[in-house]
Ligand binder design. Structure first.
Ligand code: FES
Length: 106
């Protein structure tokens, strides 16, 4: 399952993960810069913030109330397509997912 990580300077890094991995884990396992993930995926730090490309927004599972609250505390401005990378688990239907990594997580 491939995920494309676009940075704000426009460069794209593609990384591969397996079913059930989170977008944050795939980034971390593949050295994608910009995903800090301080809390290690416990949905506590909001430093795994990503912007989901509009084509994919409707296909990813909806966010929990908890994620919604945490997104209020992100370093980069929250947008309509903001999600926490650790809360998006990939599966075959998300193969090719594209997200943008904010320039800074603080
Ligand atoms: Fe901390 Fe996602 S890794 S909230």
């Amino acid at each position: 399952i491939q995920v494309h990580f676009r940075s704000e300077d426009g460069s794209v890094k593609s990384a591969v993960g397996t079913d059930g991995d989170s977008v944050m884990e795939i980034a971390r396992n593949n050295g994608v810069p910009g995903i800090v993930a301080e809390c290690g995926g416990a949905a506590m730090c909001a430093t795994c913030h990503v912007y989901v490309s509009s084509d994919w927004l409707e296909r990813i599972p909806p966010m929990s109330e908890f994620e919604d609250e945490l997104l209020e505390g992100t370093g980069a401005p929250r947008m309509e397509n903001s999600r926490l990378g650790c809360q998006i688990k990939v599966s075959d239907t998300l193969d090719g997912l594209e997200v943008t990594v904010p320039a800074s997580q603080y």
